[in-house]
Design a protein around this ligand. Structure first.
Ligand SMILES: *[C@@H]1O[C@H](CO)[C@@H](O)[C@H](O)[C@H]1NC(C)=O
Ligand SMILES: *[C@@H]1O[C@H](CO)[C@@H](O)[C@H](O)[C@H]1NC(C)=O
Ligand SMILES: *[C@@H]1O[C@H](CO)[C@@H](O)[C@H](O)[C@H]1NC(C)=O
Length: 271
């Protein structure tokens, strides 16, 4: 009896370790020179983003991917709120209330977001520090040939998650990005890193990627990175509706709370 129990717990331990191992993005950006497509496909899979149909081009593999996590996870039958989908990315958005706080429909693909030369990884709600995210990240997603994209980074928890009266404070907004070449996009709002007020708890910082129907002509005010003016009260849903962006195709998010970089950041803003 003892031995049987021992065996069972050893087996459980091994399977848990295995799961942890396969989820850990250790070798995420291992080799810069690998063929980009192959790299992206692997990464999308590694991060659990479900829909890779346009990459795999095979119904079978899509079903395999969906099947893996196909059944509804724990909590699906919980109280009111959007139902879980079985897609890792979408369910992370739902469980963390980003649906409906920012969007009505969660993206099903992962935007691979990294800071500090790929050493700091955004991973569906992990906690990072304002110090780690002070410079713009690299963002990659499974872009389709010939399309332009919009990228938004926004914080619904301003000034705090319990009292979000400035929801949303947007940190970054780029339109007309060819593929995922952010550098060639049109910056409407320049990047400012996370700067949550002291004692305001964890804020969610959400990246959303939209596939545009065509080139956008935007009449929004251009917001530079040396001022906090006009960043609050942004509404992703309103922006997406205005420019007919539909639902986001990819996303990711991290959380952060105050650290001693925040007062320095505010001090560098013009008054
Ligand atoms: C980060 O990784 C991407 C993809 O592998 C690569 O294109 C990029 O050059 C890397 N950036 C840095 C700063 O190392
Ligand atoms: C602000 O943006 C300018 C160029 O647009 C850049 O040179 C500068 O480093 C940025 N400042 C910060 C604090 O990121
Ligand atoms: C802030 O940045 C904008 C755009 O880069 C620039 O035109 C402006 O002069 C800057 N203002 C200050 C006070 O540095």
């Amino acid at each position: 009896m003892r031995t049987a129990l021992g065996m069972v717990s050893v087996l459980l331990g091994i399977s848990r370790l295995f799961r942890l191992f396969t989820r850990t993005p250790r070798h995420f950006f291992r080799d810069q020179h690998q063929e980009e497509d192959e790299d992206l496909r692997r990464r999308t899979r590694q991060f659990g983003g479900g829909r890779v149909d346009h990459l795999e081009g095979s119904q079978g593999s899509v079903q395999r991917l969906m099947g893996k996590s196909g059944s509804k996870g724990p909590g699906a039958s919980g109280p009111a709120g959007p139902e879980l989908t079985g897609n890792m990315a979408a369910d992370a958005f739902i469980k963390n209330g980003i649906v409906p706080d920012i969007v009505d429909t969660a993206p099903t693909e992962t935007a691979a977001v990294t800071y500090e030369s790929n050493t700091t990884i955004v991973d569906f709600g992990n906690e990072l520090t304002p110090t780690q995210v002070k410079s713009p990240p690299q963002v990659i997603w499974a872009a389709e040939e010939g399309y332009l994209y919009t990228l938004i980074m926004t914080d619904p928890d301003a000034p705090s998650r319990s009292n979000p009266k400035f929801r949303e404070w947007h940190h970054w907004l780029i339109v007309n990005i060819p593929g995922h070449d952010i550098g060639r996009g049109e910056v409407l709002t320049d990047y400012i890193g996370a700067a949550p007020p002291k004692d305001s708890g964890l804020h969610r910082y959400v990246f959303l990627v939209y596939r545009q129907q065509g080139k956008l002509t935007c009449n929004e005010e251009r917001l530079p990175n040396n001022s906090t003016a006009n960043r609050g009260k942004f509404k992703t849903k309103v922006f997406a509706t205005k420019y007919k962006l539909g639902n986001p195709v990819a996303g990711n998010f991290f959380q952060a709370q105050w650290d001693d970089w925040v007062p320095q950041l505010y001090a560098s803003m013009k008054k």
